[in-house]
Design a protein around this ligand. Structure first.
Ligand code: AMP
Length: 280
């Protein structure tokens, strides 16, 4: 495993790989690695010759009132994991190199970024689009591997790659869950035992809607009401949104189309914002 902090050195290393005809898969992360990330490393390895994992807690995707400063960071552990998993390169840029003092360019998206999480986090996807564009230009990947846990981000990146003509194939890996169903997330590290127990209701709520669809109920309103009611049984969960959307463009749907409708949830668990989704 080679650790690279400099933008120029990463670009050079990627160019050398490409000149040797080696395919590069990139897995962008914010660190605090867990099994969800590791499943993406595996998929990257299956698709390409060289795996580049980036670790960068991207300040521009956090609003001033959000958890940028308290976001979990454990670099030594992360590097140990990358070494153990035989990642080829870890790209660990400095914030000042990604955003130098004269930085004034952002990548804006006008549709997907405005809905779901974009309503309560208005600049979040601008930050995501900007950092991913930079990473694509630095790492020069053939494949980018992301998780379905952040389904809206995956759809946004798919659009970004196509609209901005990056010669990249996006691979979206399934959500990895704990045995009890809780979707793995770096932010889960901030959950107390009792909060974690309450957070389980998120996946249970999604599953209760899934069960209704299996009985033939496909009306979105009815399913959203079911999930909202289920989440409301916890005094500590506050619903930000529950939406049934089309997987391709994240637009609301009135009825479920099997395999094509995403049921997506965002909640506050006390001070932590958690998201989850399932494909119905
Ligand atoms: P993050 O470090 O949270 O920015 O996530 C980095 C990548 O890992 C993103 O593509 C996420 O969608 C993905 N990811 C996060 N949690 C999971 C999970 N539980 N299962 C699969 N992928 C995940």
């Amino acid at each position: 495993m080679r650790l690279i902090k400099s933008v120029e050195e990463m670009q050079q290393a990627s160019l050398e790989c490409r000149m040797m005809g080696r395919k590069i898969a990139c897995v962008p992360t914010m660190g605090a690695l867990h099994e969800g990330h590791l499943s993406l490393f595996e998929q990257a390895k299956e698709s390409a010759d060289v795996v580049v994992v980036s670790i960068f807690v991207n300040p521009t995707q956090f609003a001033p009132n959000e958890d940028f400063h308290s976001y979990p960071r454990d670099l030594d552990r992360d590097l140990g994991i990358c070494q153990e998993k035989a990642v080829d390169f870890v790209f660990l840029p400095e914030a000042d190199d990604m955003y130098p003092p004269d930085h004034s360019f952002f990548v804006g998206e006008e549709e997907i970024s405005k809905i779901l999480c974009g309503v309560s986090r208005p600049n979040h996807f601008r930050g995501v689009s900007t950092i991913c564009t930079k990473l694509f230009n630095i790492i020069l990947p053939d494949f980018v591997v992301v998780g379905m846990k952040d389904a809206q981000q995956a759809v946004l990146l798919n659009r970004l790659i196509r609209n901005l003509h990056f010669p990249i194939e996006l691979i979206v890996g399934p959500t990895v869950r704990d045995d009890d169903g809780l979707a793995l997330s770096s932010r889960n590290m901030g959950l107390s035992e009792s909060q974690r127990k309450e957070a389980l209701k998120i996946y249970q709520a999604l599953c209760s809607a899934q069960q209704l669809t299996e009985k033939g109920i496909i009306n979105s309103d009815r399913l959203i009401a079911e999930v909202t009611n289920h989440l409301g049984q916890s005094l500590r969960l506050r619903v930000i949104y529950v939406k049934a959307v089309n997987l391709d463009d994240m637009k609301d749907v009135r009825e479920v189309t099997s395999g094509q409708t995403l049921l997506a949830v965002a909640v506050w668990m006390d001070q932590l914002r958690l998201i989850d989704n399932i494909v119905l």
